[in-house]
Ligand binder design. Structure first.
Ligand code: ATP
Length: 238
């Protein structure tokens, strides 16, 4: 990995009509877990969608391994895992059927699909549930399946939009353990309102407010402080 980082967001601006959702956002992400916090409407999902290649920025670029992802889309998709904020899964699919379907969507060769599905199910501890219909899964199991589909292609960039929302404290703890295990060799961007997840997991903290990055610091910078309080102080200082 070069000095420039694994993935770089350069001066991204995104408007919805006259609303500027992102305003000249720049970030450099290396391997590690990045916690993204921001109030409702701060622009988190918009930023994640741009990084996931779902939305095009109006200005600026996302650079992966030195290349603009706009011109390098297919290769970038092969190295990207994305777990959206809310997914409407096919409830009548079994977990295994859904993951096999996602393998096909991700163009994973047929010969390795079964082995790949079994491997991710083991990683997220859902192997015993593989025959269950998605509609019959608990919230925690469904979140784990969301992670499973995101890591099928062994991504180096993993983007997670509020992955622990709605989970009970025990499930959240399990989810954090899973992310720690998955973090090796990846850049993980985790958007959440749950600052405890960031305090316990993240290497870096990104604070977004009204479409602007107010801070991007190592978690060590905030040690011993309550991240929620720090964030409120930072936005009040604007
Ligand atoms: P939340 O925490 O509530 O999920 P967020 O930080 O993810 O919020 P975004 O969803 O990125 O914020 O929205 C940023 C801004 O852009 C908000 O003001 C939102 O109303 C606006 N916005 C988002 N999507 C659209 C859209 N499709 N059309 C118009 N405005 C939009």
């Amino acid at each position: 990995m070069g000095e420039q980082g694994l993935i770089e967001v350069r001066e991204i601006t995104k408007r919805y009509g006259s609303k500027k959702a992102l305003d000249r956002v720049s970030l450099v992400m290396r391997e590690g877990i990045y916690g993204l916090i921001g109030e409702n409407g701060a622009g988190k999902t918009t930023l994640l969608h741009i990084l996931a290649g779902i939305l095009e920025p109006d200005e600026g670029q996302v650079i992966f391994e030195g290349q603009d992802i706009g011109r390098y889309r297919k290769q970038y998709n092969h190295t990207l895992g994305y777990m959206p904020q809310s997914c409407t899964y096919y409830k009548d699919f079994s977990v295994e059927e859904f993951l096999l379907f996602m393998c096909a969507m991700k163009e994973i060769p047929k010969a390795s699909q079964k082995e790949r599905v079994e491997r991710v199910l083991t990683q997220v501890n859902l192997l015993d549930e593989r025959k269950k219909k998605i509609g019959a899964l608990s919230g925690g199991m469904r979140q784990r399946m969301g992670i499973a589909q995101a890591i099928l292609n062994e991504p180096r960039i993993l983007i997670l939009d509020e992955p622990t929302a709605g989970l009970d404290p025990y499930e959240r703890m399990c989810f954090r353990e899973l992310l720690r295990e998955l973090a090796d060799g990846k850049a993980i961007l985790l958007a959440t309102h749950i600052t405890q997840d960031i305090e316990e997991l993240a290497d870096q903290v990104i604070m977004l407010h009204r479409g602007k990055v107010l801070a991007c610091d190592s978690i060590g910078h905030f040690r011993g402080e309550n991240l929620e309080t720090v964030f409120i102080e930072v936005i009040n200082g604007q």
